[in-house]
Design a protein around this ligand. Sequence first.
Ligand SMILES: [Zn+2]
Ligand SMILES: [Zn+2]
Length: 253
Amino acid sequence: MRIASLGSGSRGNGTLVEDGNTCILVDLGFTLKETHRRLNRLGRSAGDIDAIIVTHEHSDHIHGVAPFARKFSTPVYMTPGTYDPNRHGLIPHLHKINCHRNFSISAIDIEPVPVPHDAKEPCQFVFSSAGIRVGILTDLGHVTPHVEQQYQSCNVLLLECNHDPKMLAEGPYPYPLKKRVAGTHGHLSNEQAAALIETIDLNRLQYLVLSHISEKNNLPELARQALEPVLQGWSGEICVADQLQGFTWIEVE
Ligand SMILES: [Zn+2]
Ligand SMILES: [Zn+2]
């Protein structure tokens, strides 16, 4: 399987997951023009995308979805709560998914995982094909036992390291927004991400991608520092998903 990112963070998200035959785009928070530019950088074009899966309705995840799907007739998968016809308009090939039931797109199996986040029906996803598991886990305020269970044994994990609690507390956000971000239905801090990693069997994990890093309330270096103690002895690779650059293809067999 291969995975790459168009960009990651509160100004727009988009992740590509491929198994050689099928290319899935998870979330699209960019304008059409920006999407073309970012796909191009990864050697892909709009016509290569077989399906879009949406995690939740915050605009950094859904902004570009309906315009893209209308223009390229791309099938879109999301929970009923995520789709708002008044806001998103018509999506020609819309599949409403049950966030407690696995589904598949060609040979890629997809496990939705409901997460605690301040959206209507948010879920994150684990993708598997030919025994390889790729987990995407961002936009959640805390790790539930179900999340902990579902993200075991991934080969690649994109994990939210949204904020450093001290930077958030001392940073520029107005107080209500600070409270929201740090709350149980906000975003994972570096420490919360590290606590999840501590529960995970690292034997299968080859790549850990630090994701949805706040540009105002965190630094990639702080995220790394928080995670290093729980990754002692682990021989995999840490990558950073950047707001502007995303990250380039990671391949696991
Ligand atoms: Zn987000
Ligand atoms: Zn969100």
